[in-house]
Ligand binder design. Structure first.
Ligand code: UDP
Length: 309
């Protein structure tokens, strides 16, 4: 079967393309290379078809049996400068991809986000929690973009019978994150390796739960292959850690002597985040396998080898 992966040259997308190839799929990767990079899929040359184009105005594409719609910038540092791009990729882009799914009678997997829960008042977050989102705040382009995308996906499911499923992806890290991505893991690792201070925003008591990328894409594939049309699932690692603890851990694993500095807290920065993944465990038999220390070591090795790039 052919799989179309939008955003296939991005961080998550490139790992998903690789896994799909390993599992015998033919793969088309559609990417406008705004935050994705050809380099991320260089090792798949000859094994996948890379098409440069935008999801909001897609070029002609070979028919696929399943669409994984991942295309969207996802880093909070992009929310200011690329808000419109994020909103259109998740609204018009999702619409265009759903239209293709309807035409091809393809299965559709939407990469949504834990950001739909906003600054959550329920902890940990289960799929039936509706969230606490500021619709006009600095993160709203992404949060509301993903929420609108989910609504569109469900409208296509209910109104047109398209076979859909939604993945709410929590913080994910690993090799091929961009060094200038602005995410906490890439920032801390690069800072530590360069002997620069580790920048903690706020007092560092805010928490996140970090999932290694290979675990994550295995979850996406299981979701695509399971008989769970119209369902939504959380994907992430429930092991929760404060940002200050993460800074200390990165320092220890890199052996860096960097200082930890405290910078102003970001506006609307969620205070806590941890997925409840019992639904994925039960229905998809999926759960993360790689502990944070092990995944961080792999990530550190990657940045060590690529720090000059
Ligand atoms: N953060 C930080 N220092 C950094 C980058 C991020 O303290 O250099 C914090 C950020 O304020 C947030 C957490 O780390 O509380 C995770 O941020 P990230 O941008 O990785 O992802 P988010 O979960 O906010 O989407």
């Amino acid at each position: 079967m052919r799989a179309l992966v939008t955003g296939g040259a991005g961080f998550l997308g490139s790992w998903l393309c690789e896994l799909l190839v390993q599992r015998g799929y033919e793969v088309t990767c559609l990417d406008n290379m705004s935050s994705g990079r050809r380099e991320n899929v260089k090792h798949l040359k000859g094994k996948i078809k890379v098409v440069e184009g935008d999801v909001t105005d897609p070029p002609p594409l070979q028919k696929a049996g399943i669409i994984f719609h991942l295309a969207s910038r996802a880093s909070p540092v992009d929310f200011k400068e690329h808000a419109l791009e994020i909103l259109t990729a998740n609204s018009i882009g999702t619409l265009r991809m759903l239209q293709l799914a309807e035409k091809w009678r393809a299965r559709f997997v939407f990469a949504s986000s834990s950001e739909v829960y906003g600054n959550p008042l329920q902890h940990p977050q289960r799929e039936d929690y509706w969230g606490n989102v500021n619709p006009i705040g600095p993160r709203s382009c992404y949060d509301e973009g993903k929420r609108f995308g989910e609504a569109l996906v469900m409208a296509y499911h209910r109104g047109k019978g398209v076979d859909v499923r939604i993945a709410r992806i929590f913080n994910t890290y690993g090799p091929r994150m961009r060094r200038d991505d602005g995410r906490v893991v890439s920032n801390f690792v690069v800072q530590a390796l360069e002997g620069k201070p580790l920048t903690v925003y706020g007092d560092g008591t805010q928490t996140r739960s970090f999932c290694y990328v290979e675990d994550l894409v295995e979850g996406l594939l299981r979701l695509g292959e399971a008989d769970v049309s119209g369902e939504v699932f959380n994907f992430g690692n429930p092991a929760e850690i404060s940002i200050l603890e993460l800074a200390r851990l990165v320092k220890r694993l890199t052996g860096a002597t960097s200082k930890i500095v405290f910078l102003p807290k970001l506006r609307d920065d969620p205070a806590k985040r941890r997925p409840d993944i019992s639904k994925a465990r039960e229905l998809l038999k999926w759960g993360p396998k790689i502990p944070l220390e092990e995944g961080l070591r792999k990530t550190i090795d990657y940045f060590r080898a690529n720090i000059a790039s």
